[in-house]
Design a protein around this ligand. Structure first.
Ligand code: 6LJ
Length: 179
């Protein structure tokens, strides 16, 4: 549980089963390794209702397993919660949820993946009278300047790998700038 007065970030994509759970897991692992995870509230959500209640996409889980199995980290598992095993052995309790009005009032940062997410989020934020969140593209933190993180839903393993690599580059810079 983040300490009072801590920082907070919500990663958002279209369905909250591909890109934003990867970004959440990557950022949580980096914050944990830097000793700062207890200062953060970290979560992810969807702009749409497409996948509400569903676990992360198995291709994203396989990608995380590939990268984190070596490190021996339980990248998906949130501390203090019962994780359930998936067929890829990646433990996660995340279930897709849609962004809420409360998210705009309580998260300091809402970081999304592409222009469509940004448009949807800004439209939703207009309907909230106490929006505290800075709504930005996660890719705006990419040292390689790849501004958009494309939806891999109809893609392949290589597309999920590209999402993962972009999330690693962006989350590292975002954490550095907020440490
Ligand atoms: N839409 C689009 C789209 C366009 C280009 C590339 C990817 C996608 C795409 C499609 C998805 N689900 C299939 C369509 C869902 N149905 C659409 C009509 C309403 C009822 C639901 C995704 C599901 C989860 C995460 C990302 C997704 N991304």
């Amino acid at each position: 549980m983040a300490a009072a007065g801590g920082k907070s970030v919500l990663f958002v994509c279209l369905g909250n089963i591909c890109r934003s759970p990867i970004a959440e897991a990557v950022f949580r692992k980096m914050a944990t390794e830097s000793g700062a995870v207890d200062q953060w509230r970290i979560d992810s959500a969807a702009t749409s209702t497409y996948e509400i209640g569903n676990p992360p996409d198995h291709r994203g889980a396989a990608c995380m397993k590939k990268h984190h199995a070596r490190a021996g980290a339980r990248a998906w598992a949130r501390p203090g919660t019962l994780a359930y095993g998936t067929k890829h052995g990646i433990e996660t309790d995340h279930r897709a949820r849609q962004v809420t009005k409360e998210d705009f009032a309580t998260f300091e940062y809402i970081l999304c993946m592409d222009e469509s997410n940004l448009r949807d989020l800004k439209k939703k934020a207009n309907g909230v009278n106490n929006c505290k969140a800075k709504i930005e593209l996660l890719g705006s933190y990419d040292p390689e300047k790849q501004l958009h993180i494309q939806d891999p839903y109809y893609g392949n393993e290589q597309d999920f790998e590209k999402v993962y690599e972009q999330c690693v580059r962006c989350c590292r810079v975002f954490l550095e700038r907020n440490s």
